[in-house]
Design a protein around this ligand. Sequence first.
Ligand code: C2E
Ligand code: MG
Ligand code: MG
Ligand code: MG
Length: 289
Amino acid sequence: APHGLYESRFYSHRNDIYNESRLTLMADLREALHLNQPELHYQPKVSLTTGRVEGVEALIRWHHPERGWVAPAEFVPLAEKTGVIKHLTRWVIDQALNDLKSLHTIDPALTVSVNVSARDLVSTELKGLFETRMKRYQLHPDQIIVELTETAAMDDPDKGLEALEALAQIGLKISIDDFGAGYSSLSYLKKLPASEIKLDRALLQDIHTSENARMIVETAISMGHGLGFQVVAEGVETEQAAGLLRSLGADLLQGYWVCRPRTLRELEAWLVEGKPGMRIISPRLTGAP
Ligand code: C2E
Ligand code: MG
Ligand code: MG
Ligand code: MG
């Protein structure tokens, strides 16, 4: 298995070579978080009906002094396995809520989405953390979206669900990230107190060439709507894909076609000067595949 429970539970000697370097990487990450060295970049999420930027997703970026840029796909799973995720998530929440406060001077209706690991639900005191930071930055819970990945990797699904319900209870919005990739389970989905699902980029890959792929996406969107979720298409890179997804009923769009993840300052400039909505509602964006 490339990731998930396997690697953490079954020790393999073949991993010896990596382990020392991985542990060093995690020690470095803890140190970097302590020194406030990582950064958050932000990617806008845009309404496919109005063209409005509804919010931004916070994505962590880390430049390691010797290794250069390390991708979150590399260090986040490792942080989940080693418990460092707790420190990472704390740092992300604090930074993202602080940055949202600053973005509100441009658009007070913007939301921020933070990625939270399934493991955080059992090991991090998320509710208290959000409450403290919301108070500090004077933010309202419906301005904050908690994106949850890998629900199937929850060691204790009951406890995870309980923690998630506590977050929903205080008014935070819950989003199911990477829907349609990996192990997302439908039986679990119906229990989650979520208001949004994000269709994984992998799910959207062949929608132009394969009728089956299109059918699956259309079904996922109508199922999402049936369950009362807003449906976000993520990783949308072309106008053609955006048009097709709109015709299939997706509500919101995220992807390079709209905007790549940017630093806070760059995003602020984009919000002010980019007139991003014009593109989405432009007559050029048709539903034709
Ligand atoms: P995700 O939450 O599903 O985030 C979407 C990923 O797709 C991001 O990669 C984003 O940069 C990338 N992306 C956005 N639009 C496009 C597009 O049009 N085309 C392509 N090819 N990619 C696009 P990134 O930033 O490398 O993050 C990868 C994953 O790492 C995230 O997936 C998330 O699961 C995790 N991650 C990132 N930041 C954090 C964080 O602060 N905390 C936690 N727990 N996980 C994080
Ligand atoms: Mg996400
Ligand atoms: Mg995702
Ligand atoms: Mg993800």
